[in-house]
Design a protein around this ligand. Structure first.
Ligand code: PEP
Ligand code: MG
Length: 554
């Protein structure tokens, strides 16, 4: 038995076989396929997608850097359509009965070698281009298949690290747990695991040994320990622990249907955070009062291309109908930083968390923003949708957002498409700037929701992704608590409600503080709702409020 010591970021015990998840492009394997025509179709689809991406890059480059520099993307499109190149790939697949990835990689090697051997310097340079276009096709092929967990047996997924887009694309029914060698507790991958209620351990420290693949293992999401090839006694111990955990959850289920009310009669809304439609089951099962944060960017991360207005509308409508009149707060696209979708073609940045992300993209690429807003407003006719905007730092952003919203509403009106005129519009309070001017911002919107994950990162200047900084990433820091109080006071003085949707909302050590401050809503992972309800029902705010407020202010 080998024990790896990591950090538990999503509670629970999982027992099962370990599957080492590898990024395919690093390691292209050749394997035989039953149906060569299917592989050819996979290649053709990936090629189509690559050409689409290149056209998008061409248009963008044409506007930003002019035709001379944009030409390369045109040349790449032509190369992808080159008959010799495509015939070579198709021929390898058909004659050897092998996978598309192998055929693309082999053709890339052959053509690059051929170009490099030519005397003409222009042709020599094409070697890099052929590698480039093949890499693009391989990335698309691997995106479409790397996350599929083959086999019917659910597994524990192990990886050096997992990006949010890799995590969100996995088939949840086949994942018993996650272990990553890197990663931090505040990353979106950890948040996703909590939302999905799947035990997870990050920062397990060691390089993944290939021989772990397929071995039986146990992960303890509470302590952060991972047991590879555990002995009988350890297995027995953890089966017992798993039973206890389930029993605890069953006890909590008695709280379903009960109010989130303190002993002295103060009520608070407890809502759920979700990433996609499949989380709605556990929202209802855990009796959430609503959805406080639907991270809509996960819809984009699941796709190989921009989701259309129709696709988005169907998702939002289904969510609104499923929530049956309960509030559903959908946050507009918060892509960028660690949440990357290749087709956005976002530039590499020195400081991605402070870079081109979230509302900054939406306000500069208005078509993307308008498509989402149209879908959201159309879906508002089917339930109680509220819209929330991420990463706000200034009043001018809100004014600009409102202009776009106005345009969208009048277009829908002109088209005779029904929508709810009174959709609540709110903002995330997740930058120190937004806190400091929250008195001004509160006059412009219907609600605030505090994103403590980013607020902590920006206020303390601590990268939430960096596991080395875990000790410094302290959301209990007095600066953060004071900021929460300041935003809450400004919200209430201006007659709007305020919630918390960052991970701190479920921190039971702070429930008393949040109630004393008068936070109106806490939005947490679905699996934590009943525990939070239990905690709220045990508190008498009247007995502690004065001391807590004095302590925050002193
Ligand atoms: C936050 O920053 O607290 C938040 C809820 O948003 P995200 O974690 O998606 O950045
Ligand atoms: Mg955030």
């Amino acid at each position: 038995m080998t024990v790896l010591k990591g950090k538990g970021v999503s509670g629970g015990i999982a027992l099962g076989r370990l599957l080492i998840y590898e990024k395919r492009e690093k390691n292209i394997k050749r394997y035989r396929v039953e149906n060569a025509e299917n592989e050819i179709k996979r290649f053709e689809d990936a090629k189509k997608e690559a050409i689409f991406q290149l056209q998008h890059l061409y248009d963008k480059a044409l506007q930003e850097v002019g035709e001379t520099h944009a030409m390369i993307f045109d040349i790449h499109q032509m190369m992808l359509n080159d008959l010799d190149y495509c015939d070579s790939i198709i021929n390898i697949i058909r004659s050897q009965n092998v996978n598309a990835e192998y055929a693309v990689a082999a053709t890339a090697d052959n053509f690059a070698m051929m170009f490099s051997a030519m005397d003409d310097s222009y042709m020599k340079e094409r070697a890099a281009d052929v590698r480039d276009i093949s890499e693009r096709v391989l990335n698309i092929l691997s995106d479409a298949s790397e996350n599929s967990i083959s086999g019917s047996e659910p597994v524990i997924v192990a990886a050096e690290d997992l990006t949010p887009s890799q995590t969100v694309q996995m088939d949840k029914d086949k994942v018993l747990g996650f272990v990553t060698m890197k990663g931090s507790s505040n990353s979106h991958t950890a948040i996703l695991a909590r939302t999905m209620n799947i035990p997870a351990v990050v920062n397990a420290g060691e390089f993944l040994k290939p021989e772990y693949d397929g071995q039986f293992c146990i992960i303890d999401g509470f302590s952060g320990n991972v047991y590879i090839d555990p002995d009988e006694a350890t297995i027995k111990h953890f089966i017992e622990k798993q039973k206890e955990d389930r029993f605890k959850r069953e006890l909590l289920s008695e709280l379903k249907g009960k109010k989130n009310i303190t002993l002295d009669g103060q009520e608070i809304n407890i809502y759920a955070n979700i990433g996609n439609l499949s989380d709605l089951g556990s929202v209802l099962q855990n009796d959430a009062g609503g959805v406080g944060l639907f991270r809509s960017e996960f819809l984009y991360l699941e796709k190989l291309d921009f989701p259309t207005e129709e696709e988005q509308f169907n998702v939002y409508k289904t969510a609104a109908e499923t929530m049956a009149g309960k509030k559903l707060i959908i946050r507009t696209l918060d892509i960028g930083a660690d949440k990357q979708a290749k087709y956005f073609n976002l530039p590499n940045e020195e400081n991605p968390a402070m870079g081109y992300r979230a509302i900054r993209i939406c306000l500069q690429e208005k078509e993307i923003f308008k498509t989402q807003l149209r879908a959201l407003y159309r879906a508002s006719a089917y339930g109680q949708i509220a819209i929330m905007f991420p990463m706000i730092t200034s009043l001018k952003e809100i004014k600009e957002i409102k202009k776009v919203v106005k345009e969208v509403k009048s277009e829908l009106l002109a088209d005779g498409i029904p929508f709810d005129e009174s959709v609540e519009l709110g903002i995330m309070i997740e930058t120190p700037a937004a806190v400091i001017i929250s008195d001004i911002l509160a006059k412009e919107v219907d609600f605030f929701s505090i994103g403590t994950n980013d607020l902590t990162q920006y206020a303390l200047a601590v990268d939430r992704q960096n596991p080395k900084l875990d000790w410094f990433y302290d959301p209990h820091h007095k600066a953060i608590i004071r900021m929460i109080k300041m935003a809450a006071d400004n919200a209430h003085q201006n007659g709007i409600w305020i919630g918390i949707c960052g991970e701190l909302a479920s921190d039971l050590e702070l429930t008393e503080t949040f109630l004393s401050i008068g936070i109106d809503e806490l939005s947490v992972s679905p699996g934590l709702i009943l525990e939070l309800r239990k905690k709220v029902r045990e508190i008498d705010v009247s007995k502690i409020r004065d001391d807590i407020i004095r302590n925050i202010e002193q």
